[in-house]
Design a protein around this ligand. Structure first.
Ligand code: 8YV
Length: 306
């Protein structure tokens, strides 16, 4: 049975989420917002923007339900000013994203993706010597942003024998070594792993100075948001040999990856797959639907932000 409350979908959503929404609510896929009156909930997928322009176009909007733990695509301050509440999908993707962070640390140190190319290119068959790589045990892994995912990634890396250091806005009650700035953390790290939120507060946090501090033997891993890393500075640092390599799941302007990175052997490039497992995406979708239901039934979100 259809609920008369109107829900709009902004951006791409998983088929089961779309089906559920359109069975249960009147949820057309947003294309032009021409008939926006009465729409109270916007379900936002694929990091689609939800800012002042979208809020202007949806005069009756009361809730923004974001598919994704990161909500830098949503202007939360503007939403708050308008009395619009916002939710995200924390916790359900922590393990999948933390796994990917650890896998990329292992990949940059052990050269897994590069070794696969080595076999496929015929270099191995031709008798070219196999390049030696680096141990994970004993490597200092610097976690930039020790939130839910950063902590879970650190726990995984500790199992591999890495030594965990971190930087966060404030020291946490953990046994790992705290540094009071990203530069100090990079200085101490063999691999710097970016796990901060995106948005204005972290824009360009990993800049030329941080990369310089990471040094010619150091690797950068980013599974957070492309905006946290100054991508031009990263390309320049790789080209000049000021860092050793990078493992990147996120980019400044997805799905565009700088041509200079596509050409390089010392980078691992992934298409934003941190949460992209069947189980995790289903759990994220379910949490989105729970938020829509809870808001429309009780006026409360399950996982509000801000
Ligand atoms: C999603 C993500 O792929 O949760 C996040 O913040 O980056 C990913 O899990 C993305 O948000 C999908 O829209």
């Amino acid at each position: 049975t259809q609920n008369p409350v109107r829900v709009v979908q902004l951006g791409g959503l998983m088929p089961f989420v779309r089906e559920w929404l359109s069975e249960r609510y009147d949820a057309p896929l947003h294309e032009d917002l021409a008939d926006a009156a009465g729409i109270e909930v916007a379900v936002v997928g694929g990091g689609a923007p939800a800012g002042a322009a979208e809020m202007d176009a949806l005069p009756d909007l009361r809730a923004i339900v974001n598919f994704g733990v990161g909500y830098d695509n949503v202007d939360v301050a503007e939403a708050q000013r308008r009395g619009i509440v916002v939710s995200n999908t924390p916790d359900v993707l922590t393990d999948a994203v933390a796994d990917l962070a650890a896998f990329l640390v292992v990949d940059v140190l052990r050269g897994l993706t590069a070794a696969d190319r080595f076999v496929r290119s015929g270099a191995w068959a031709r008798g070219k010597p196999v390049p030696l790589t680096r141990d994970v045990r004993g490597a200092v892994v610097g976690v930039l942003g020790l939130g839910r995912i950063g902590t879970a990634a650190a726990e995984r890396l500790e199992v591999f024998g890495a030594e965990v250091h971190y930087h966060s806005r404030s020291p946490k009650d953990v046994g790992w070594t705290y540094h009071d700035s990203p530069v100090a953390l990079a200085e101490a790290s063999d691999v710097l792993v970016v796990l901060t939120p995106g948005g204005a507060d972290t824009d360009g946090l990993v800049d030329a100075a941080v990369l310089e501090a990471l040094g010619p033997e150091g690797y950068l891993v980013n599974v957070a948001r492309g905006s946290v890393v100054d991508e031009d500075a990263l390309v320049a640092a790789l080209e000049a040999g000021r860092i050793a390599g990078a493992g990147l799941d996120v980019f400044a302007d997805e799905p565009r990856v700088p041509e200079a990175l596509l050409q390089r052997e010392d980078v691992v490039l992934l298409p934003h797959v941190g949460s992209a497992t069947v189980e995790t995406r289903e759990a994220m979708g379910r949490l989105v639907l729970d938020n829509v239901d809870a808001f429309l039934e009780r006026g409360e979100l399950v996982t509000p932000v801000g």
